[in-house]
Design a protein around this ligand. Structure first.
Ligand SMILES: *Cc1c(COP(=O)(O)O)cnc(C)c1O
Length: 388
């Protein structure tokens, strides 16, 4: 008999009933150190007092009104995002895949309005992940996600990272946009080198192509800048955001330049929940902390500390681990053992990590993880490695 919850997830035998900072507590009272943060979502850990306060204050005022009316929390968060990023305008969604939907629609509408209605193709990269909606799976294009779900949304071309010949050959007057993650998350913590991001920007500029960055996982302070592309010095035209921005409340957004957003006038897009007062109140509280330069400097300091310790771990267990990769607090342990065995051994040692493609174990701790919790993380990861 089919379970009452549609059985699409392989769940670990863990049930968490409480969270405190970087710790999660199970229904049988075990405390696990959380280096997964709900897949880069709990940017400020669990039950962070300013977020609890923002949520409860908004909950006591008004939960939902719809976008038929003005929403002060939404306006506030949009102003903050515009102030701190390349963007001139923001549309709020509830998830990363909804941000993907709008990014694709916005790019196509842009060219339609410019009198080039056939300019609809979007170049994407193998190993990418853009969510599970029809546009998301077509954009990522992997067999695993698309098999059986055809006909797929047309108009996506897939290239490998580093395939410069393929890229140059793919560029034509049909290309509306290039969509790329500055650091692939699900794909196994694969950073796109800054020089490549710059090269893509140049290519886009030469051909008038829109650059869409998917910063759903690598954004919101995760790499040590507010958004990962800032390391390269280039800016996108359209950016997808979700995960960390809500700190655990379902919230996403699409940021865009005025020009890129020019096709999206009255009535062209909408969402019932998108930009809901609760989500935006929490999002503004997240951004108030994560968008602070001193906070980001500390993320970089802690990232250095964690990375150095992980290099030591890899050196100490050469049969289990191959190498460390990633940026900031978006780190991957490329494994020699099977990554899911490493994750399971971590559960037994009381530490939560997240598997990714390419036999990688992801470490995506809360950005405000304490130094002593980083020490404890290494103790527990060492115990996990000893078990293998
Ligand atoms: C998680 C993720 C998505 C999809 O976000 P959902 O909120 O699960 O829809 C899209 N892109 C990237 C890079 C992601 O990591």
């Amino acid at each position: 008999m089919i379970p009452s919850v549609l059985p699409t997830y392989a769940r670990a035998p863990l049930t968490f009933v409480k969270g405190e900072g970087s710790w999660l507590i199970t229904d049988d009272g075990r405390r696990l150190l959380d280096l997964g943060a709900g897949i880069a979502v709990n940017a400020l850990g669990h039950a962070h007092p300013p977020l609890v306060q923002a949520l409860t204050e908004q909950a006591q005022a008004v939960w939902h009104t719809s976008n038929l009316y003005h929403i002060p929390a939404q306006q506030k968060l949009a102003d903050m995002l515009v102030d701190k990023t390349f963007a001139d305008t923001v549309f709020f969604t509830n998830s990363g895949t909804e941000s993907c939907e709008l990014a694709v629609k916005m790019a196509r509408k842009y060219w339609y309005d410019k009198g080039q209605p056939d300019r609809t193709e979007i170049i994407c990269f193998t190993g990418s992940f853009h969510g599970r909606s029809s546009a998301g799976i077509a954009a990522a294009g992997s067999e695993k996600m698309t098999t059986g779900f055809g006909p797929l949304l047309p108009g996506f071309t897939h290239l490998d990272f580093g395939d410069h010949d393929g890229l140059n050959a793919a560029v034509s007057h049909k290309i509306a946009a290039i969509m790329v993650e500055p650091v692939q998350g699900e794909g196994g913590i694969r950073p796109l080198p800054d020089a490549c991001l710059k090269g893509l920007r140049d290519l886009c500029d030469q051909h008038g192509i829109l650059m869409i960055l998917d910063e759903v996982q690598c954004g919101v302070g995760r790499t040590g800048k507010l958004f990962a592309h800032e390391w390269s010095g280039v800016a996108p035209d359209i950016m997808m955001v979700a995960k960390g921005i809500g700190g655990g409340f379902p919230l996403g957004c699409v940021l865009a330049s005025e020009d890129a957003a020019s096709g999206m006038g009255l009535g062209t897009h909408g969402s019932t929940y998108g930009g809901n007062p609760l989500g935006c109140a929490v999002g503004a509280a997240v951004l108030a902390e994560v968008g602070d330069d001193a906070f980001l400097a500390d993320v970089n300091r802690k990232a250095g500390l964690l990375r150095q310790k992980l290099e030591g771990l890899v050196a100490g267990f050469p049969d289990v681990f191959d190498s460390v990769r990633g940026q900031g607090l978006m780190l991957g342990l490329k494994c020699k053992a099977t990554n899911t065995d490493v994750v399971t051994a971590g559960y037994d040692a009381g530490v939560i990590t997240v598997p990714a493609a390419d036999n990688v174990v992801r470490l995506l701790p809360a950005l405000n993880i304490t130094d002593s919790d980083i020490d404890e993380a290494l103790t527990r990861l060492t115990q996990a490695a000893e078990r293998l």
